[in-house]
Ligand binder design. Structure first.
Ligand SMILES: [Cu+2]
Length: 99
């Protein structure tokens, strides 16, 4: 393999890898807290489209990566979050309150 071909191949592999990772990686999404369940540690959000979960805007309930979020967030909070599917459940993996 000549040098140019091998460099092109490396670039192609890098692009393909980045593309695959991009599909699966969670991205920040904006939402609003509409319900907090402090007993079961769930938060319901009205949220925008979640690309990594192939999900349109909707209202739905999430499990929490950090149960203490159920104490720290309240109805009406505007949030920016990341979500993933873990063991068949939709889970908030990152959660921040927007000003
Ligand atoms: Cu949803």
């Amino acid at each position: 393999m000549n040098r140019l071909t091998s460099r092109a191949l490396v670039l192609l592999i890098a692009l393909a890898t980045a593309g695959l990772a991009g599909v699966a990686r969670a991205q920040p999404v904006d939402g609003e807290v509409t319900k907090v369940d402090k007993v079961q540690h769930r938060i319901t959000l009205r949220h925008g489209p979640i690309k990594n979960l192939d999900m349109p805007a909707m209202s739905m309930t999430f499990r929490l990566a950090d149960p203490s979020w159920a104490e720290r967030y309240k109805v009406g909070d505007k949030v920016r979050f990341e979500a993933d599917k873990v063991d068949g459940y939709f889970v908030l993996t990152k959660l921040d309150r927007l000003p």
